[in-house]
Design a protein around this ligand. Structure first.
Ligand SMILES: *Cc1c(COP(=O)(O)O)cnc(C)c1O
Length: 415
């Protein structure tokens, strides 16, 4: 008799992770994950590892904010922690230009809604104190848009995504920070897609008081680890004054385990929840790799290889509408319009993991997270080109090859 409740061991294939995320995890990170011993969450080396991660994270994020640490979980875990300071009735202006800032907007509405507003439509509340400024898909949030809205509404909080991964658009954090400072709003930024990909230092944006990122994109540490967050003292004082109704995602409480107590660095952390030695070891290695390669170098490499991919798909007749460097978002040639999902599914069926957009309009997204070499880009281009041909596209392969060759030869010549 077979026991129908026991399934065979789960086999998950290796795919080419050529989407917006998760990114390809470095072998060194996986080795640290699998190689860590089982030590409890109060073991001195685990606690030391967390304190070291905190210091490395400050360097990766470019900040001396004491409240800089990792929140166990995914990008949304870090974002939920950051938005925990938004309390019912708080005045917030949220800028939305795609799928992810749209979900940030939902988070803000859930947090800022009064009890009555939440009960009215609990899964998608409207909050009178929240203004959502919608910027069309494919466009960036500009400093002027932010300036105008903050001048009009004078909110307590303003929030947006730095890089909107849904449409592949970079939003103007300089303009956002300036407008926040000018109008006395505390800026909150979803930096899930930009951290570890773009060369920026959060210290340079004094109008922004809360930042949240993720483990799986620019930090390349998928084995479910830590979402980096950073908060200014002003944010922490504001939070302390109002309180917030969460234990696990409470920024002040979550920081304790990383050795941040009463606004200061302590030599070791105190218990908040059970941390995994495997996750700490993996995160520690991912941060070491980032600092060894340097943020500046990685940012250059992303910009360079994105340029090659962009040139190749343009030569296939696609129209690229994004300006992020870890991801391109494109429209198919006119005669293939409407077949985006079919194309994406065809690629995914061959373990070539590209993505569609998750909200209208339907476009194709191809990412290069941690795929920063010519061989990887050539492979993506040839797989994508083959999939296009399988669906009947006609383009001149010689032009595609020439676009790639020109891009890579010029770079060699420039070195
Ligand atoms: C990926 C992403 C998220 C969500 O991150 P998870 O790790 O899936 O929780 C949020 N915001 C932006 C801008 C993202 O790109």
């Amino acid at each position: 008799m077979t026991d129908t409740n026991i399934f065979p061991q789960l086999e998950i294939p290796h795919t080419i992770a050529a989407g917006p995320g998760p990114g390809n995890t470095d072998e060194r990170v996986l080795a640290r994950f699998a190689g860590a011993g089982l030590a409890d969450h109060m073991h001195p080396d685990v606690l030391r590892g967390m304190v070291e991660c905190k210091h490395m994270l400050r360097e990766v994020m470019g900040t001396d904010n004491t409240y800089t640490f990792g929140v166990a979980g995914t990008g949304w875990s870090g974002l939920d922690t950051m938005f925990s300071a938004v309390m019912p009735g708080d005045k917030v202006v949220m800028f939305v230009n795609g799928t992810f800032s749209g979900i940030d907007g939902l988070t803000v509405r859930m947090k800022a809604a009064t009890a009555e507003e939440l009960a009215e439509n609990s899964m998608d509340p409207t909050a009178a104190s929240v203004t959502i400024v919608n910027v069309p898909h494919g466009q960036s949030v500009t400093g002027e848009i932010v300036e105008k809205a903050l001048a009009e509404h004078k909110p307590k909080w303003a929030a947006m995504a730095h890089w909107e991964t849904g449409s592949g658009r970079i939003n103007d954090i300089q303009g956002f920070s300036d407008a926040c400072e000018k109008h006395g709003a505390m800026g909150l930024v979803d930096a899930v897609s930009s951290l570890g990909v773009e060369d920026f230092r959060i210290n340079d944006y004094p109008g922004i008081h809360g930042w949240a990122s993720c483990p799986q994109k620019g930090i390349c540490c998928l084995p479910l680890t830590y979402a980096p967050v950073s908060f200014t003292d002003t944010y922490i004082e504001t939070l302390k004054a109002t309180g917030t109704r969460t234990f696990v995602h409470h920024p002040i409480l979550e920081a304790r385990h990383w050795g941040i107590l009463n606004g200061e660095d302590a030599s070791v952390g105190t218990y908040h929840r059970t941390h995994s030695a495997y996750a700490v070891a993996a995160f520690h290695e991912a941060l070491r790799i980032t600092l060894q390669q340097t943020i500046a170098r990685r940012a250059q490499d992303y910009a360079f290889h994105e340029g090659a991919l962009r040139a190749a798909v343009t030569a296939m007749g696609c129209d690229v509408t994004s300006n992020m460097t870890s991801l391109i978002v494109l429209n198919l040639p006119a005669d293939m319009a409407g077949r985006e999902m079919e194309l994406v599914q065809h690629c995914r069926a061959q373990n070539f993991g590209i993505w569609p957009t998750l909200s209208e309009p339907v476009q194709v997204r191809i990412g290069i997270l941690n795929l920063l070499n010519q061989a990887a880009i050539n492979d993506i281009v040839s797989r994508f080109g083959q999939a296009m041909r399988d669906l009947g596209a006609e383009f001149d392969q010689a032009q595609v090859d020439a676009a790639l060759n020109t891009h890579y030869t010029q770079a060699v010549a420039a070195e």
